[in-house]
Design a protein around this ligand. Structure first.
Ligand code: GSH
Length: 208
């Protein structure tokens, strides 16, 4: 068994959250190293690419959220062994990164009018289309993205859906997912009700 430490910000979301969830669901022991915003500037240069999440495996620091997710998915039996199903799982994880990446440029917009316009344009255009496409990739029979069961792809999209519905993204309508991708709401609830996910949030005092 590997010695694992996951370093990420102290938030119930973002790129680190699906990794934490996968490890917890799989019963894989890990140190949940939460970096405070004030400590980040000093910590950043020590990370492989100046960003988190970072998974330190037996003393070796490794980055890139989807690569880490595939690795922990294998450890926790949440990643398909069939090559085609693994491809479908990867496709969704990369698409979720793309969708999240659409918001990235808006995080640095300082002008409130410009920010509002940029977020509203995404909500009416590219982001809405991406979210709808994600929903369209759910297997109607199983309700999951790949392998006929919950995989790390579901954990990644679950975290993204929660972010979009959180109200933490100014000028992004909180009902965007409900309107353009209602299937992702049922998907969110299926993941949220998984016993491993329920336990993780109960243990961390998260009720939503
Ligand atoms: N491609 C990387 C992106 C990592 C990334 O941008 N992480 C953000 C947090 S989710 C970060 O560390 N931001 C702080 C910074 O760049 O200083 C991945 O998928 O892990």
């Amino acid at each position: 068994m590997h010695n694992l430490q996951l370093s990420y910000f102290d938030i119930h979301g973002g790129r680190g959250e699906p990794i934490r969830l996968a490890l917890a669901i799989g019963g894989v022991p890990f140190e949940d190293h939460r970096v405070k915003p004030a400590d980040w500037p000093a910590y950043k240069p020590s990370t492989p690419f100046g960003a988190m999440p970072v998974l330190t495996v037996d003393g070796r620091a490794v980055s890139q959220s989807n690569s880490i997710l595939r690795f922990v998915g294998k450890l926790s039996d949440l990643y398909p062994s069939d090559p085609l199903q693994a491809l479908l799982c990867d496709e969704i994880m990369d698409a979720a990164e793309d969708a999240n990446g659409l918001l990235a440029p808006t995080h640095v917009i300082k002008d409130p009018v410009e920010l509002k316009a940029a977020r509203e344009a995404l909500a009416a255009g590219k982001l809405a289309a991406y979210v709808a496409s994600l929903a369209g990739h759910l297997d109607p029979e199983s309700g999951w993205f790949a392998d006929g069961r919950m995989t790390v792809a579901d954990l990644k999209v679950f975290t993204f859906t929660r972010y979009l519905r959180s109200g933490r993204i100014d000028h992004l309508p909180v009902d965007l997912v409900e309107r353009v991708a209602p299937a992702l709401i049922g998907h969110h609830d299926r993941v949220r009700q998984h016993p491993g996910v329920t336990k993780w949030y109960a243990d961390h005092g998260v009720s939503y």
